[in-house]
Write a protein that binds this ligand. Sequence first.
Ligand code: G6P
Ligand code: MG
Length: 215
Amino acid sequence: AIEALIFDLDGVLADTAHLHHAAWKRLAGELGLPWDDDIGERLKGVDRATSLDLVLGEAAGKYSAEQKQQFADRKNGYYREAIGTFSARDLLPGALAALTAARSAGLKIALASASRSAGELVERMGIAEFFDHVVDASTLARAKPDPEIFRRAAAALGVPPARCLGIEDAQAGVAAIKSAGMAALGIGDARVLRDADAVLPDLTSFELGKFLAPA
Ligand code: G6P
Ligand code: MG
């Protein structure tokens, strides 16, 4: 049976996926790089440095490590500006109800976000107290789709991966959950999140009871 829920943040609980997307698109425009909105799906869940490499594409080799750091910092500045006014209003529909239901059911809850802004965002949105553990993204060696972040969350909660449900809106995130040995709930488009065990369009249709029964 499921004993813990491990949530991604951006695009699952917080309405930020489009802001990361817009910040990268702005940087790409300034650098005169081609932009295809399809890249947005591949950027989801991926850490900042890896995202930059995807955005630079073939141009990646033209820039020094120092220039790349500046580009990543610039994107982060645009993103930070966009979330500067975030509050509980920016929670995605169903997020608060899902967290509340999990807590009432006595489940452990962790946050597994690759974002360095995750801790601040959950504070601003008023949901910090729901989490028994928040993984510190700055301490990770490997980005999603590597399972490290989900394994770390489960270990911190003291729950075996087989009894955790990971919740993700990104292909890279679903892959990370599955390779951590957990059940994956995808949030978004079932055609995109093919490897998830179940997919919902958003958390408003989340029914905790469906996931608690022993498999
Ligand atoms: C999440 C988002 C990604 C973002 C990553 C790093 O996974 O889905 O779009 O690139 O976090 O975020 P950061 O705020 O640290 O640049
Ligand atoms: Mg996400």
